[in-house]
Design a protein around this ligand. Sequence first.
Ligand code: C2E
Ligand code: MG
Ligand code: MG
Length: 700
Amino acid sequence: MVRLGRLLRGYQVDLPLSSQGDALVVELDRLGRVYGANDRAIEFWHWESLTDDQEGVHLYELFPGVDSVCLLDALEQSFGGISCRFEVSLPGDTVRILSLCFEPLREQRDVYRASLVVVLDVTESRVIHAVQNQVTHVLSGATDAFVVTDSEGVIEQVNGAYFRMTGYSADEVIGKNLFRLHASLSRPDVYKSVWRGIRQNQGWTGEISNRRKNGESYPEHFHLRVIYAPSGRCCHFVALMADQSDSQGMESTTWKKANYDWVTGLPNRQLFLERLNQEIKKHRRIGHPLALILLDLDQFKEVNDTLGHMKGDVLLEEAARRILHGVRETDTVARLGGDEFAVILPECLLLQVQHLAHKLSEILAQPYDLGDGDRCFISASMGIALYPDNAQDLHTLVKHADQAMYSAKAEGRNRFHYFLPAMQQEAQNKMKLTNDLRLACQRGELQVFYQPILDLSSGRLKKVEALLRWDHPQRGSVGPQVFIPLAEASGLIHDIGNWVSFQVITHILRWKKRFGQIVQVSVNRSPIQFDQGDALWLECLKENGLPGNCITVEITEGMLLKKSERIQQTFLDYRNQGVEVSIDDFGTGFSALSYLKQFDIDYLKIDRSFISEIMADESDKALTEAIIVMAHKLGIKTIAEGVETREQHDMLRRFGCDYAQGFWYAKPVSLFDFEQMLEQTQSPDGVFIFILGGDNARKD
Ligand code: C2E
Ligand code: MG
Ligand code: MG
């Protein structure tokens, strides 16, 4: 018998991949006699004793019980240059299924000297396949959801109940990893326990929380079993899942569902209020103080928006774990919803509360590993209110802790504030001011001011920003920084925003008539306004024959992170009508540069905080230059905000910034003053040319 390695030398043959490793390979002559074999075949057929010159064994002797006509037919075909592949069963105590592949062995063009037969034992995979088909058949009609994965957890099959339960379609789950798709399974403690179960051949059963495609989370009974191949190796996982939110029969589950949060396992708002109520009653009786901390994770929304709900859940679970770890055993930690947590501290002195708040700040600020290499940092804002000092009843205590938390957020986040009576005063002031704002529109107390935006290379006035002013009858001038947040919180922003848009359109028409020019106006648009459409003012532009690009809508970076259909549609409407889009205060938010590419952004307005430090701070200077370069690479123009000096102006020109706005050119002025400015700066050919640092810059 000739070893194959020697024999194959000098022949041209395309050996199939499967001929490596486990395959048996034999070489046949035209009459079907074996005269070459690989080590595996020699071993399999016990040919060790045969010598080179001994006459070859015949093809049909290799596969006893297999139809020899079929074998000879394949041999003939391969000598005609045609490969041939089929499966045969070898009868015996245990039936073996073999895959045979007859490959022509070419010596030169159209001359075939031999046929190479590659034999693979496929019994195991065929058995598994048959079992799998049976399992699929049985489970396809099951009411519980099931998933079959490979040995790595990659999903191969799911049944209809799984689609109904999760809301996903086959395309969205087949090929994904089960352990990542069910985010709770990747929680370190669960993950460890699951794999321990797998290693011990026991599989795993437990309650986890899962999330449907629509973002809703639900409790799930999860049961994982390992399927072994006849060789004993793990070849598949089968997971059975039941949605526990519907299991009305289980009293304890229903109670749990009503009182606990499924993502973190903490008491929910309902149970929190119940416990707080009990604690207040108890503390009233014993005459001891009680503290309440409301805690809100800063920038959690951005994590959710950029990395998805599943990663958001992992973060919440970890944050919950850290808070629990940081408090005393007697304290109650609850998740009130979203990224808001509460801690009830019974019999707690001020010093202890302070110590605990510091500790929580520290442990929550540690980095979070969210899996797949995603790592993030967040902080927390906390509000503290004390019983009985700050409030005597449940609802006032919660309200005051909430006010303290908002005050911590407003002051720059990552801190804790105690409730102070002044906060209550402030809350009342805000309420009063909101009521006044309601009337301000009708009473004509609001005005649109205009601040020029100059083309840096030519010094021409090309654009102007519309900025709201409120002349309050008692308080005098109230800044937009004060009243816009109130308008947003109360919903008044919709009416006010529409009013600004119509004012602006009226003014553009007025200037067109008076100066023969269209001046482009930038209008600030609050994120809240995106809840309602822009149809009204877009229509008004059309009716008056104005081009869409006479308006630029200014939005903040955060808007780009929102993936709602309405926002996408609004961007599309703008694009269709030629309305331009500008990102305001760029660099101060969650500057996710990748989002700029996805949206049609026309301008970036570099925030005033960079420009004001551009001469003194090297990193602000470098950042400003980098933003300009990057924006230009993406085909976006740049506008520098808050230019106050000639030096800043010169540097921005050197950096190639396209436009600038700031007190050095002109402050925001009333309609009357702005029209005077236009008149003074209009050159004989109609354009508005600014004398830099000249008179036109000081109108106010
Ligand atoms: P913004 O859109 O970033 O507007 C620029 C702000 O910077 C304006 O403040 C402007 O007066 C100020 N500013 C411009 N140049 C300079 C400068 O050289 N130095 C300094 N220190 N400040 C400069 P303003 O008018 O108080 O407006 C504040 C914010 O209120 C605006 O910021 C905008 O976000 C919001 N806002 C104003 N009007 C509206 C509106 O009609 N709708 C909405 N939704 N928001 C508005
Ligand atoms: Mg703006
Ligand atoms: Mg701005």
